[in-house]
Design a protein around this ligand. Structure first.
Ligand SMILES: Cc1ncc(COP(=O)(O)O)c(C=O)c1O
Length: 379
């Protein structure tokens, strides 16, 4: 398929964003300007974090968070096996070694029982602990962190939440009721690339609970330049800043966040209601989570049906995509230690992500649904 009519997940950008970007350009606020602190403040307020640092990508945010947390060569970092490769790459950039944690079936995210069992086993045997853990909130569904929070803190394991996909989601009930993914660990990160819940055409944000960590991340992400001294730097920093023009888009996207999320949630519910009678799942939906609806998916027990549905959608110019292959199947991470079994691989074999842009029309969604129905009923 060369140019799909209906894409998987596109940014919803309008005149307001265009005007904000144009205003930033006209005012000479390309690189620095008032939109950067405004975007950071809006995101921090939305997720309940004390502050935020805007950066050029979600991957940069993750790398910066890990470096600020002191992760470096020789360290071990645990990360969800089922994720986009950036989660693992950012760990590798630091020189640390990834250990992959298998998924649980309920949320598809890292299994807290596996994490807890391994920490307790190591504690009993006097073995070293990981320096950090990167739980990913896959497809915007919050990971099941509550059962392991105290244990991680007790053993000094820094939590760096990869909430790249999870802006607009919440935990529901329990100790984390109402909290936003990304706001619970020492660090959390978000992505604003083209397909995310909001987009700045490319961008990311880091939040941290400790103001000193935030200040350090801001410093390192801006080339570690010493203030008020020309070309003097006190560390190996990174050129990770977001431009003010991108932030101008972000400010408007944040104002529209609730509406964009409501649309994606409505789309997810329509898929669920259509797929249930067909015996298909429609993505993780744990009772303890209110997820943003990024991304919608269908779950096929039979891989052949998934392939047939994808071809049929393709033939009608509708983009769909399998979920990410787990890290254990990716060449750079194929030899990593794995904690747990093969749940992540099973999930990856069954899931097809479906169009769910906030501006997807009901007619367009009906086309997707009818195609799935047709293939499944004739299988
Ligand atoms: C789970 C996850 N982590 C990290 C990233 C990296 O974000 P970015 O593309 O902004 O670098 C993405 C998105 O691409 C992602 O889906």
């Amino acid at each position: 398929m060369v140019d799909p009519r209906i894409r998987l997940s596109e940014p919803t950008i309008g005149d307001e964003e265009a005007n904000a970007a144009a205003r930033a350009v006209r005012d000479g606020h390309l690189v620095f300007g008032p939109d950067l602190p405004a975007f950071e403040a809006a995101l921090a307020a939305a997720v309940g974090a004390p502050g935020a640092v805007a950066v050029s990508t979600g991957t940069a945010a993750l790398h910066l968070a890990l470096v600020t947390a002191g992760v470096g060569p020789g360290d071990e970092v645990w990360v969800s096996d089922l994720t986009f490769i950036s989660s693992a790459n950012a760990i590798t950039y630091t020189g640390a070694r990834c250990v992959l944690v298998d998924s649980e079936t309920e949320s598809w995210n890292l299994d807290p029982t596996i994490v807890a069992d391994e920490i307790r086993r190591r504690a009993r045997a006097g073995l070293p602990m990981p320096k950090a853990i990167v739980p990913v909130h896959l497809l915007g569904h919050p990971a099941n962190l509550e059962p392991i929070l105290d244990l991680l803190v007790e053993h000094g394991i820094t939590i760096v939440e990869d909430a790249a996909e999870a802006l607009g989601s919440r935990w529901r009930g329990g100790q984390l009721d109402g909290r936003a993914p990304g706001s619970v660990g020492a660090f959390g990160i978000y992505s604003f690339n083209f397909n995310k819940p909001i987009s700045t055409g490319g961008g990311g944000m880091l939040v941290a609970r400790d103001p000193d960590d935030l200040a350090r991340a801001r410093h390192l992400g801006a080339q570690a330049k010493i203030p008020n001294l020309d070309y003097r730097h006190d560390a190996v920093g990174y050129n990770y800043r977001l431009s003010n023009v991108a932030a101008a888009l972000g400010v408007i996207q944040m104002q529209r966040l609730d509406g964009l999320i409501a649309r994606r949630q409505a789309i997810a519910i329509r898929y669920r209601d259509a797929f249930e009678p067909l015996g298909l799942g429609s993505g993780p939906d744990a009772s303890w989570a209110a997820r943003s609806g990024w991304l919608s998916s269908a779950v096929f027990a039979d891989p052949g049906t998934r392939t047939a549905v994808r071809s049929a959608l393709d033939a009608r110019g509708i983009e769909s995509r399998p979920i990410w292959a787990p890290m254990r199947l990716q060449m750079p991470y194929a030899s990593c230690e794995i904690l747990g079994g093969g749940v992540a691989t099973t999930i990856a074999d069954q899931v097809l992500c479906l169009p769910c842009s906030a501006h997807l029309t009901e007619t367009q969604q009906d086309e997707v649904i009818e195609t799935v129905q047709h293939v499944v009923r004739s299988a």
